[in-house]
Design a protein around this ligand. Structure first.
Ligand code: MN
Length: 336
């Protein structure tokens, strides 16, 4: 049996300040922790290959110490003897920062449409892929497919790896569905030569199908990156090929922090009644919750300030206030 581990959207470096102005719980470690869990799962389960579907990092210009922190882990993993293939995603501007850590024979990443050839337990695998196409993928994709085609071997098992939105993919609490468009690959455009298609980019895990019934696997992100993903299972795929090269796959769940909405619904609050309401509502929450406060009457929003929240929210939690994007925060932490 041949085992492939497929993960994506690790967004490493997110909320991971190098010189934090105040000491408080950050979400950054949550992502590193789950990344480490997936790599050790692959090691312990003696996987034959790991594929990362892109958005390794949280953005394009990553501070060098964070790049090193990530690449050290990948280099370490490569030294265990398992090859790893990485698709550069949109968050790394379709190319990964250059580093000596990545110059290991077991580390492969796409710098153009290309095919990495492997012999896994004596079976030929062609792992085709291309860096994320951020604009006009609909018109550029057929050319990419043609560029890859001549490099595929006749008798190999073939996987196509990418970091794109594909027609039919769903995101968000109301299940927004990607339809045909300039920045979407349509189902009709997907080639029929592959045993499996693997993609990052969509943070909700899901499976789509090509016209000839090839599965398209989205593993989703390894932790919640926003409240829009609240309630979604997070994890990665374990893909097995049996002796007849029949393929099965299963989603392996990762632990995630509890994400909770706290609604402050009174029409009128004083500082005292607001404090009381918040304390009452968070009392029974898991201690590592990520809380979003939603103020019903926005006129009361001024009361809901950092000073108040830092004072009453336990150090083990993160919080944000609805309407303030990406404002994860918590009171000064005695834990870190
Ligand atoms: Mn992403």
């Amino acid at each position: 049996m041949i085992k492939i581990i497929f993960l994506a959207d690790t967004h490493l470096g997110f909320d991971f300040p190098l010189r934090p102005k105040k000491e408080k719980r950050r979400r950054g470690m949550d992502f590193f922790t789950n990344f480490d869990v997936v790599l050790s799962y692959a090691k312990q389960g003696q996987a034959d290959l790991v594929i990362h579907g892109g958005d390794l990092f949280y953005r394009t210009l990553v501070p060098a110490p964070i790049v090193d922190r990530v690449y050290e882990r990948i280099n370490d993993f490569a030294q265990s003897g398992i090859p790893i293939v990485i698709v550069p995603g949109n968050h790394e501007s379709s190319r990964l920062p250059v580093s000596l850590f990545m110059q290991h024979p077991n580390i492969h990443y796409y710098s153009k449409p290309q095919v990495f050839n492997f012999s896994l337990k004596g079976v030929d695998f062609d792992i085709a892929g291309f860096p994320c196409i951020r604009k006009e993928v609909e018109s550029k994709f057929p050319e990419v497919v043609n560029e890859i085609q001549p490099h595929l071997r006749k008798e190999s098992v073939k996987l196509l790896c990418m970091h794109q939105s594909i027609e039919g993919a769903k995101v968000g609490p109301s299940g927004y569905t990607f339809r045909k468009g300039n920045d979407v690959i349509s189902i009709d455009a997907l080639p029929a030569d592959y045993n499996l298609i693997l993609s990052g980019h969509i943070h909700r895990t899901q499976i789509l199908w090509t016209k000839n019934e090839t599965p398209i696997l989205y593993p989703g992100s390894i932790e919640w990156t926003a409240f829009a993903e609240k309630g979604e299972d997070k994890g990665f795929y374990e893909i097995d090929f049996d002796d007849n090269m029949e393929c099965t796959y299963r989603f392996v769940k990762l632990n995630t922090r509890p994400m909770v909405d706290v609604l402050l619904e009174k029409e009128v609050y004083s500082l005292a009644t607001l404090k009381e309401d918040i304390l009452y509502q968070i009392e029974d929450l898991p201690s590592d919750s990520i809380v979003r406060f939603k103020m019903n009457n926005t006129a009361n929003l001024a009361l809901l300030n950092v000073k108040l929240l830092d004072n009453i929210i336990p150090a083990t939690m993160n919080y944000q206030v609805a309407g303030f994007r990406d404002s994860f925060a918590s009171r000064p932490s005695k834990l870190s």
